[in-house]
Ligand binder design. Structure first.
Ligand code: HEM
Length: 177
């Protein structure tokens, strides 16, 4: 299913059950989130009551332990050509379990993003509203280079280079009639 498939029309509000079946739409959301990284490094956790044993390592109680969404989300063995936006990698047939294992944009484990389901719902609705059939905005890139948006600096979330002006677009309203 692609964005132009009639999962939504002016007469019909998009419904979750239909959006959730749109494999290419889901793949775009996953790939967008993967390259957005969420929190580049989640806040560190500490086990205050016992050491953490991982394989041959014993991490003393109280040691802050964290993970890097950058390293997990751009592991070339899991996501070949990792900085390329390729939604197709998430489609059935291409999608491998290790892609879910590495995906860290919404955190992991007991402190996973509380808004995780809301994120998927609103991103799907937003993409269909912007790129689906019917009346929609037409966006044209305006004076934006890749370096204006590429993650370069690690804050809590990823930031573009100092002085970057961000993603700028000219918006025109297109009527389907
Ligand atoms: C695209 C949007 C979003 C992204 C990428 C995102 C990402 C994340 C990440 C990576 C964490 C874990 C941080 C860590 O490990 O320290 C987190 C935690 C959290 N997020 Fe989100 N989030 C998003 C939207 C939302 C929304 C819409 C809500 C609420 C409606 C929300 C509520 C929370 C809360 C409450 C936590 C803390 C959970 C905890 O520590 O127990 N987030 N988010």
């Amino acid at each position: 299913m692609t964005f132009s498939d009639p999962i939504w029309s002016k007469q019909e509000t998009p419904v979750w059950i239909k959006l959730n079946k749109a494999e290419y739409l889901k793949a775009c959301v996953k790939e967008g989130l993967r390259l957005f990284f969420g929190a580049l490094r989640g806040s560190a956790r500490r086990n205050l009551v016992a050491p953490i044993v991982y394989k041959d390592w014993v991490i003393p109680s109280g040691t802050p332990v964290g993970m890097s969404a950058w390293m997990l989300n751009t592991d070339p063995e899991v996501y070949p050509d990792p900085l390329a936006f390729r939604p197709e990698r998430w489609l059935p047939g291409n999608h491998k379990p290790e892609m879910d294992r590495n995906f860290a944009s919404l955190g992991r484990g007991s402190r996973t993003c509380l808004g995780i389901h809301l994120v998927y719902v609103f991103m799907k609705h937003l993409l269909v509203a912007m790129f689906g059939p019917g009346d929609r905005p037409e966006l044209t890139l305006y004076e934006t280079e890749e370096s204006d948006v590429a993650t370069t600096v690690s804050g809590l979330s990823g930031l573009a280079k100092r002085g970057a002006r961000g993603l700028r677009v000219v918006v025109e309203w297109m009527s389907a009639c």
